[in-house]
Design a protein around this ligand. Sequence first.
Ligand code: FEO
Length: 168
Amino acid sequence: MLSPELESALNEQMKNEFFSAYLYMAIAGYFEDEDFSGFASWMRVQALEEMSHGEMFFRFICEAGGRTDLRAIEAPKNEFTSPQDAFAHSLEHEKFVTDSINKLMDQAKAEGNHAAQIFLQWFITEQLEELSNFGHILKKLKMVEGDGRGLLMLDQELGQRTFVPPKV
Ligand code: FEO
């Protein structure tokens, strides 16, 4: 069972996850336009991950006896000045998502909703990984700043990423 407050907060987080997919597709579009096909591919994989996160919230709300409420998704930023700018924007977005997941967990704890806490635990761990991934890529981009060859190598490296559906 979900309280109306927790149900609403879970629906809001479902929207955040679907927005994340939309944002990373927008960034993939920017990279395609700049001919960074590896970065574009990495972002499309990230968008697929975010879709699966949104789907996990959808499933949990249903299983917990709540009602899904698909909310309006705002337009993401579409233009960036460089790969570094795009990844810095992504990292800031992931910090926002981490904060909202942490607040959701606080709410689930305050309400004594154990099922929601167990569900959200997966996302707490996932956010650690996402912040780390985006942070590492941003560091590498800073390292290769002004070095075209280094940037192309990084583009190639990131293009190797494949989508692995989350094991939950
Ligand atoms: Fe599912 Fe990147 O937050």
